[in-house]
Design a protein around this ligand. Structure first.
Ligand SMILES: Cc1cc2nc3c(=O)[nH]c(=O)nc-3n(C[C@H](O)[C@H](O)[C@H](O)COP(=O)(O)OP(=O)(O)OC[C@H]3O[C@@H](n4cnc5c(N)ncnc54)[C@H](O)[C@@H]3O)c2cc1C
Length: 409
């Protein structure tokens, strides 16, 4: 895809500048531009760019995409195989195939094109290096020596976000994910077609996954940051057991995922944060695309309002953005945090509940399809029973692939 072309008109002060053209930033830029605001979207990489990600779109993410977005889906999962540390494998059928498996380079480029089509200027290959606010104007500096000015800024620059540091985002959970994209032969492709694997791993709160995309599988592992040797050992063991070690990976990368503290700020003055920059990620599944799309939408609307506002009105619009994120995504994150605590203490209980209690699987299936939320699961009688049971089961000592033992979170 040729990179979107910048407009020749460059007003001295824009209404909105968005930093980062992932799902959060591209959405924020599209929404702000659709509302008629002069919007500039700055992206560090050259678009399309690779992003370490499973590229699994659950129902909530699919529902948040702009209608008619041209996007190639490489597979759709209709079956989930769950395993517990390589054992007790069980495959369950979804009520309808939902999880769409895509390449992030293609998804993010399509979302950026939608932003450009809505009127946003897009400038890629440009990294934001700093920002400051004075007299109602935010100045955004780049590695190219530009000093762009705007009445409002959305930071959507991912988990290593510069804007996040400016706003003062604080995290309750930081994880490291290691992932490969591996070409597979026809036989292996047939074995994985329409099916994703989730394996609850040996490190506290860890899991491994395999997502099929035709002649490629995306596979990886995630656990709390801080034990990279054990995580690498788990990754090697997991890939070997799934038969994904032979061919040279197309990509072999690592990336942090971050979950915010419930009281972490979402704005500072006229600067908002969205998506991974705001550390809006599900504590348990580390699903973040639906969070990025939904917070990007809210941030684009809020930035448009802030651009029109002076003084206290701008503060009120930023506060309203924080409240909206709290109401919708904050509630989801609190529920996923509670699920994550249960899972970290006792993955066996979660595995048994999912694979042996049909009503529990139906709930997860409904969540994946977008018919309920994690909060819906955790506040149901079943969810509450699982939490109560988990509280009664003593903390287990867990084995790491390196043979050490670790205590659960
Ligand atoms: C291994 C792994 C697997 C995952 N799998 C899934 C999955 O299957 N499904 C799911 O829903 N979620 C998944 N996630 C989470 C998901 O990838 C993120 O939550 C999502 O990408 C967040 O989108 P975003 O727009 O906030 O940030 P990003 O997608 O990270 O986009 C940020 C953008 O900002 C740009 N940028 C960074 N710094 C600057 C700067 N200084 N100036 C300008 N631009 C900058 C970056 O180049 C990037 O394009 C996974 C995460 C990992 C690590």
């Amino acid at each position: 895809m040729p990179p979107p072309v910048s407009s020749a008109r460059t007003p001295a002060v824009r209404d909105v500048i968005v930093v980062g053209a992932g799902p959060a930033g591209a959405t924020a830029a599209r929404v702000a531009a659709e509302s008629g605001r002069r919007t500039l979207l700055l992206e560090r990489a050259v678009i399309p760019r690779y992003k370490t990600c499973g590229g699994g779109l659950i129902g909530a993410a699919l529902a948040a995409l702009p209608p008619g977005l041209p996007l190639k889906v490489y597979d759709t999962a209709g079956r989930f195989t769950f395993a517990l540390d390589g054992r007790k494998e069980r495959t369950l059928i979804c009520s309808s195939p939902t999880v769409a498996l895509v390449y992030r380079s293609e998804l993010d480029a399509a979302l950026t094109e939608a932003a450009a089509a809505a009127g946003a200027e897009v400038q890629d290959d440009t990294a934001v290096t700093g920002l400051e606010e004075e007299d109602g104007i935010v100045t955004v500096r780049t590695n190219r020596g530009d000093a762009f000015r705007a009445r409002s800024v959305v930071g959507a620059d991912g988990s290593a976000s510069r804007v996040s540091r400016y706003v003062g985002v604080e995290c309750a959970q930081v994880d490291l994910a290691l992932e490969v994209e591996v070409p597979v032969d026809e036989r292996a492709a047939g074995r994985w077609r329409g099916r994703v694997l989730m394996e609850w791993g040996p490190l506290p709160g860890s899991f491994g996954w395999v997502f099929p995309k035709g002649d490629v599988c995306t596979a990886g592992v995630v656990a709390a940051r801080g034990n990279p040797v054990a995580l690498r050992a788990y990754k090697d063991d997991f890939l070997r057991r799934q038969g994904l070690v032979g061919p040279r990976p197309l990509h072999d990368t690592g990336h942090l995922t971050r979950c915010r503290r419930p009281d972490s700020p979402l704005a500072r003055g006229r600067v908002l944060v969205a998506g991974d920059a705001a550390a809006l990620v599900d504590h348990w599944s580390r699903e973040g695309i639906s969070y990025a799309l939904r917070s990007g939408d809210l941030a684009g609307r809020a930035a448009a309002r802030i651009a029109d506002a002076a003084g206290a009105e701008a503060t009120a619009a930023a506060d309203r953005y924080a409240r909206q994120v709290e109401e919708v995504l904050g509630a989801e994150m609190r529920a996923s945090d509670s699920l994550m605590r249960l899972f970290s203490r006792n993955p066996g209980l979660v595995h048994t509940a999912l694979t042996r209690v049909p009503a529990m699987w139906r709930r997860l299936d409904a969540y994946v399809a977008g018919r309920t939320s994690v909060a819906g699961i955790m506040t149901s009688p079943l969810g509450r029973t699982a939490v109560a049971l988990g509280d009664r089961v003593p903390l287990g000592r867990q084995r790491t692939p390196a043979g050490e033992t670790t205590s659960a979170r």
